[in-house]
Design a protein around this ligand. Structure first.
Ligand code: HEM
Length: 142
């Protein structure tokens, strides 16, 4: 487990996430293939669940990113949106809760990998804070 800083105040959280995304963007790489390479390396069986990967993989990464940033901004729509997504996912397969937790971990690991030396303990802490919050919403809807 990576090192974490003290919890980040909610009024700074969005700014810290934004700074970290600049650090990620400097890599000049699309997050999606890196994230799914990590996910499928750990769960090769999951690859067959994606019938339209060229559409759905990018949509999934966008939705995760947007939901996490919106949670930091305390936007009210995230709760309902995640509820709907978790229900929709029941049609895609049987995804146990620990798999959701792992997927969110891999998401943060992917951002850290892309940022490389530009990643910081504060960035790690900020993403862990919002992924923990997203996981709570997922668990509630699961
Ligand atoms: C255990 C974790 C998850 C697994 C295994 C999973 C798997 C899948 C699968 C199999 C599809 C359909 C792909 C296809 O037919 O090509 C899909 C679509 C999608 N997923 Fe996930 N997913 C997970 C978590 C999430 C989370 C946390 C979000 C967003 C916060 C998300 C957002 C989406 C979106 C936006 C789509 C595109 C279709 C739609 O709008 O329903 N997924 N996912």
């Amino acid at each position: 487990m990576a090192e974490l800083a003290a919890a980040i105040d909610t009024d700074r959280l969005g700014d810290v996430l934004e700074q970290s995304l600049y650090a990620v963007a400097e890599a000049g790489e699309d997050i999606t293939p890196h994230f799914f390479a990590r996910f499928f390396a750990r769960h090769p069986d999951q690859q067959a669940m994606f019938f339209q990967p060229s559409v759905s993989c990018g949509a999934m990464v966008n939705e995760i990113l947007e939901s996490l940033i919106a949670l930091a901004a305390k936007e009210g729509w995230v709760d309902t949106s995640i509820h709907n997504l978790v229900i929709a996912h029941r049609c895609y397969g049987n995804f146990p809760l620990p798999l959701y937790a792992e997927l969110l971990d891999l998401f943060v690991e992917t951002l850290a990998e892309l940022a490389g030396d530009r990643w910081s303990v504060e960035f790690e802490t900020a993403w862990r804070q919002v992924t923990a919050e997203l996981y709570r919403l997922i668990a509630h809807a699961h």
